[in-house]
Write a protein that binds this ligand. Structure first.
Ligand code: 9WN
Length: 431
């Protein structure tokens, strides 16, 4: 993390990801807060400084020093396409899962326990207000259908870019011309089969072009953009983070109106996830394809485990969800050497052992699910999951991998990934 820290933020990885990424920063701030509160606050503040006037937190904030990334700011062209984008800093027009309020709550707890409340009080107040407008943006503009669930317009928004969750929808897209481009990501990984394919990439860029044509305007996007999905993982995280924001709000003495607004948003998302997305037969929360009559996308990936992220889940549902996580489709799949959660259940359609979100395990999501299992009181299962992740990351060649093969223990993607370090710090500091 120290090595990847530049100016006032932390790059997700030394070369592959040279800018500030939204949800990476939230996890990294949690990691920093174990030993350097100031840097943790700065991480969140730098990100929030790039917030759009409608409340959205962009998925990437570009580092002006860094020209070697595709698609860079000239591709996104946000400042010329919409008044909503900030003028002083360049960003993409996408979002990522809203982990930030969850991070802010943890930061404030650690601020209090280190006796630094008065030093950081004004700053947490300012952070709270910005996060409130972020949550209002999500509730209003990312759910015009009033389902309680959050819409995404691009696989990059999901944070699980080439997950088999998106295969059927992506296969149905028929991109016309996209401007010529040269990928840069494939220059930084030794084996390019660990990254998305060129065919996937063309579609990613085509979707970006469509968003640009619609000026990143949510109302137009929700009506006309070809990719519109209610994302189960995004929604589960939204419920968890909204609860965290309302708890933070209570501690900061916010008004009853604000607190009840947040509570009803959390309730609505919880109901949406349980009623519209949860599939009894697979015990998974499934994404909904809004361009195909809200069809449930029935693929077994770790996003389906999002039910456990709901803070107000009843005991029976929490148990079902925990069993699924620790069972033979996920952490205890018979082929895995390490009992960690794979991104995709082995051998489901679209599964690939070493490819990005198609099979490898992502420590950061393991940590999030570990947190949730603990939150629901399954201490034994949480302890086992923690230990399996620590064992995997202690393998000789693990190198804080971005993602890892849980069958062989091999590190994949980028080495020295910041959020992998952050969650390892968390596991080692909190058992
Ligand atoms: C595109 C930075 C990001 C993560 C995402 C992960 C990957 C980028 C990419 O890296 O996405 O945003 O180029 O593949 O999928 O979750 O935030 O670590």
């Amino acid at each position: 993390m120290k090595k990847n820290h530049v100016g006032s933020f932390t790059k997700p990885a030394p070369h592959l990801y040279p800018h500030q990424w939204s949800w990476d920063s939230a996890f990294v701030a949690i990691g920093w807060s174990n030993f350097d509160l100031e840097t943790a606050y700065q991480e969140i503040e730098t990100l929030l400084d790039a917030q759009w006037s409608d409340g959205r937190i962009p998925h990437i904030v570009f580092n002006p020093e860094e020209q070697n990334y595709f698609p860079g700011p000239e591709v996104w062209n946000c400042q010329n396409l919409t008044e909503l984008a900030p003028k002083h800093v360049k960003t993409t027009g996408l979002i990522q899962p809203p982990v930030h309020s969850f991070a802010a709550k943890i930061l404030w707890e650690r601020t209090k326990s280190s006796g630094k409340e008065s030093q950081y009080r004004d700053r947490i107040e300012a952070i709270f207000e910005k996060l409130l407008s972020w949550h209002r943006y999500l509730a209003k503009f990312r759910d015009p259908e009033n389902t309680g669930l959050i819409s995404i317009y691009h696989p990059w928004e999901s944070g699980t870019d080439n997950s088999p969750r998106w295969d059927e929808v992506m296969a149905s897209l028929k991109p016309d011309e996209v401007p010529a481009f040269e990928r840069r990501d494939t220059k930084f990984v030794t084996d390019i089969s660990e990254r998305p394919t060129d065919e996937e990439y063309v579609k990613y860029i085509w979707l970006v072009e469509s968003m640009k044509k619609l000026s990143y305007d949510d109302l137009k996007l929700s009506k006309e953009h070809p990719f519109l999905i209610k994302d189960a993982l995004m929604s589960g995280i939204f419920a968890l983070a909204t609860k965290a924001l309302s708890t933070l709000g209570e501690r900061l003495g916010k008004s009853d109106d604000v607190l009840s607004e947040l509570k009803s948003t959390e309730k609505k998302t919880t109901e949406g996830l349980l009623q519209l997305s949860f599939d009894e037969s697979s015990s998974l929360s499934l994404d909904l394809d809004m361009r195909n009559e809200r069809k449930r996308i029935n693929v077994s990936t770790c996003a389906g485990l999002s039910t456990i992220l709901l803070p107000d889940l009843d005991k029976a549902m929490a148990e079902t969800s925990c069993k699924q996580i620790m069972g033979e489709n996920f952490a205890h799949h018979k082929e895995l050497k390490f009992a960690v959660i794979p991104s995709t259940t082995p051998h489901t359609p679209g599964y690939k052992e070493n490819s990005y979100w198609r099979g490898p395990t992502w420590p950061v999501l393991n940590w999030l699910f570990w947190y949730a299992i603990n939150m629901h009181g399954f201490e034994k299962e949480a302890a086992a999951l923690r230990q399996a992740n620590i064992d995997l990351l202690a393998e000789e060649n693990a190198c804080f991998g971005e993602y890892l093969n849980a069958i062989t223990g091999k590190q994949l993607g980028s080495a020295d990934q910041s959020w992998t370090a952050a969650v390892l710090i968390e596991w080692l500091s909190n058992s």
